[in-house]
Design a protein around this ligand. Structure first.
Ligand code: GAP
Length: 531
C-alpha cells in the first residue's frame, strides 16, 4: 500500500504534458496567460469524460429501477443556499502572505519549526524615512538558514512601504529585533518564511445578479452559481416523488457543473474552480440509512473497478467523529493514489433528514413522505454518493498512463507510452489503418470499414506513416483496437495459402497481439468488447 505522502511529481509532469500534447486537457484561456482553476477538455478528453458520464448514468440510472435522473439549473436561488447553510457557512479559512501577498488555505499549511525573528519597524537614516509596523520571519536553522536570511526578508517587506523606490531594500535598518523559538507553527509562509495574516473565513460561492434590478442591494436579485448539484435534487425531491409516483427507497441522480472559488486551485484538475459532479441523493426510511450507506460504499467501489481503477489503488477513509458534518452519522471518503498523494475521489455520506428538514423549515412547505402501507408520515433520510467527474477523469488518466520497456535481449532500447484505458471509457475505440495510403483499393476498403463502425462508436482513420508508427500513436492515446486493412483483406492468399479475403487484422493495444477477424463479424466483436 502506498504511503499517504508518497508522490511522484515527475510522473505527474509527464501526464500533464501528454494531456496537452495529445488533446486531453488544456489550461483555460492559455492564450491570455490562463484562467486559474479552470480547464478546457480537448477532443480526446471530451470523449473520455463523455464515456465516463455515460457509464455512470447507465449503471446508476438506466440499469436500476429505483433511481431517476434530473438536470437542475446551474443558477441557484439565494433562499435554497441560505436554507442549506451555504450562504452562512460554506467557507475555507484563508490567510495572506504579508510579503508576497499570496493567498493560502490556512488549514493546508504544513506546521513548521524554527526561529522567528521579530521586528517593530525599519528606517533609512539618509532620507529620514521610518516606519513602525511589526513583522516577523521564520527561518529554519537546520536548513542552513540564518539571521541574514531573516533580515533580508524583513527588509524586502518594509521596502514595500517606501515611497522613494530609488532606495534599495538592503539600505534599510531594521528596528527592535528579537527572536523566539517556534514549534509546529502555521503562522508563516513555507515558501518565504514571511508572517501570514490571521486566518479569515472566505465564502467559496460565486455570486451573481439576476435580471436588471436597479437596486444594487436588492437581495432578491442575488443568485449563486451552484456549489454542488445536490441542492436542486433536495428542492425538487417532492416534485419528482409526486410526478413519478416512486416509493422509498429511491434515488435521484444528477451530473452537472458546480463552482467553488477555491483559494488554492491545484494538482492539475484535481481542485478546480469549475468542475462537474456526479451525485445521487438516495432517499430511504430512517432505519435503513446506515445499512444503505454500507451498500452504497461497496457499489461505488465496484464502479471504480469496473471503469479501470483497481481496488488496490483505492482507500476508504471512515471519516472520524468531529471531522464529519454534524448531521452525518457516517461518512466514507473514497480516495485514490494520485501521483500527488492519496486524495478524495468521492464521498459517501449518510446525511439523515438534515437537508429535507432544512428546506421544509425554510420554505414552510411539507416535504414529508406518506407511507401508504404503514400510514406513517416522515421526512426521508438520505444517503449521498457524491463523485467528482473531473477527479475521476484524472484518476482514469493517471491509472492508464504507462511507459512500457520493449527492449529485447541485447537489442537496442525501445519503450512505448501506452494509455491502458478500459475500452468502455477509451476516447477512441478503434483505429482504421490501411496498410498503404497510395493503394486506392486498400483505402476504399478501409473507408468502408470506417463507415460500418462510425454509427456505433468513435473511430479514427489514419493512413499517414508506417503501420508500426501508427500503432504507437494509438497506444499513446489509449485506443484499444487497431484494425489494419492489408492485401489479404483484398483477396491475396495468406502465408499458408489460406483465403483471408474480407478479413482484417485486429491488433490489441495491451498485448500487441494480432488476430484475423472477418469484416462481417467485426461490429458485433467490437460492440461486445467496448461496453
Ligand atoms: N454534495 C456533497 C458534496 O458536494 P463534496 O465532498 O464537497 O460533497 C463531492 O464534493 C465531490 O466533488 C468530491 O469528492 C470531489 O470529487 C468533487 N469536488 C469537490 N470540490 C472539487 C473541486 N474544487 N474540484 C474538483 N472536484 C471537486
Amino acid at each position: 500500500m502506498a504511503e499517504r505522502e508518497n508522490t511522484d511529481p515527475q510522473k505527474m509532469e509527464k501526464i500533464v504534458s501528454l494531456c496537452k500534447s495529445k488533446g486531453f486537457i488544456y489550461q483555460s484561456a492559455e492564450l491570455y496567460g490562463g484562467l486559474n482553476g479552470c480547464w478546457d477538455y480537448g477532443p480526446l478528453g471530451t470523449e473520455l469524460k463523455r464515456n465516463l458520464k455515460e457509464v455512470w448514468w447507465r449503471k446508476n440510472v438506466q440499469e436500476r429501477d429505483d433511481i431517476l435522473g434530473m438536470d437542475g439549473s446551474i443558477l441557484n436561488h439565494h433562499a435554497v443556499l441560505t436554507a442549506s447553510g451555504h450562504v452562512g457557512g460554506f467557507s475555507d479559512p484563508m490567510c495572506d502572505c504579508l510579503l508576497s501577498k499570496a493567498r493560502l488555505r490556512a488549514d493546508q499549511i504544513d506546521p513548521q519549526t524554527g526561529t522567528a525573528y521579530h521586528y517593530t519597524g525599519a528606517s533609512h537614516a539618509e532620507s529620514g524615512w521610518s516606519i513602525e509596523k511589526p513583522f516577523s520571519v521564520l527561518i529554519d536553522p537546520t536548513a542552513n538558514q540564518d539571521e541574514n536570511k531573516a533580515r533580508k526578508t524583513a527588509k524586502q517587506y518594509y521596502a514595500q512601504f517606501l515611497s522613494d523606490k530609488q532606495i534599495a531594500p538592503k539600505k534599510l535598518e531594521l528596528v527592535g529585533e528579537t527572536t523566539t523559538e517556534e514549534v509546529d507553527t502555521t503562522s508563516y509562509n513555507p515558501e518565504n518564511g514571511s508572517l501570514l495574516t490571521e486566518p479569515r473565513e472566505f465564502n467559496l460561492m460565486f455570486q451573481t445578479k439576476m435580471g436588471a434590478s436597479s437596486d444594487a442591494n436588492d437581495p432578491n436579485a442575488v443568485a449563486y452559481l451552484r456549489p454542488e448539484t445536490a441542492q436542486s435534487i433536495f428542492v425538487q425531491y417532492k416534485n419528482v416523488l409526486d410526478s413519478s409516483r416512486v416509493k422509498l427507497p429511491f434515488g435521484i441522480a444528477q451530473i452537472g457543473k458546480a463552482f467553488r472559488n477555491e483559494i488554492n486551485p491545484r494538482n492539475f484538475t484535481f481542485r478546480s474552480r469549475e468542475f462537474e459532479q456526479m451525485e445521487i441523493e438516495y432517499f430511504c426510511r430512517p432505519e435503513d440509512g446506515l445499512r444503505l450507506t454500507e451498500e452504497w460504499l461497496e457499489t461505488r467501489l465496484s464502479f471504480y473497478e469496473e471503469i479501470g481503477v483497481p481496488r488496490t489503488k483505492l482507500h476508504v477513509l471512515d471519516v472520524p467523529d468531529g471531522e464529519r458534518a454534524h448531521y452525518s452519522a457516517k461518512t466514507y471518503d473514497i480516495e485514490y493514489e494520485f501521483p500527488f498523494g492519496i486524495q478524495e475521489l468521492e464521498g459517501v455520506a449518510y446525511r439523515g433528514a438534515y437537508d429535507l428538514g432544512k428546506h421544509q423549515d425554510h420554505s414552510g412547505k411539507t416535504l414529508e413522505y406518506f407511507d401508504e402501507e404503514t400510514k406513517e408520515r416522515f421526512i426521508p433520510h438520505v444517503v449521498e454518493p457524491s463523485a467528482g467527474c473531473d477527479r475521476t477523469v484524472l484518476a482514469l488518466i493517471c491509472e492508464a498512463y504507462d511507459v512500457e520497456d520493449l527492449t529485447k535481449e541485447g537489442g537496442k532500447k525501445d519503450e512505448r507510452t501506452v494509455m491502458r484505458f478500459k475500452p468502455s471509457v477509451a476516447p477512441i475505440k478503434a483505429a482504421i489503418l490501411p496498410l498503404l495510403k497510395n493503394k486506392p483499393e486498400l483505402v476504399a476498403k478501409a473507408k468502408e470499414v470506417q463507415k460500418l463502425l462510425q454509427p456505433f462508436m468513435n473511430v479514427f482513420y489514419d493512413e499517414a506513416a508506417a503501420i508500426g508508427r501508427r500503432y504507437r500513436r494509438q497506444d499513446e492515446i489509449g485506443t484499444p483496437f487497431c484494425i489494419a486493412i492489408d492485401f489479404e483483406t483484398l483477396g491475396e492468399e495468406g502465408p499458408n495459402g489460406e483465403d483471408l479475403s474480407d478479413t482484417v487484422t485486429v491488433r490489441h493495444r495491451d498485448s500487441m497481439e494480432q488476430e484475423r477477424i472477418s469484416i462481417s463479424e467485426l461490429l458485433p466483436w467490437l460492440l461486445e468488447r467496448i461496453r
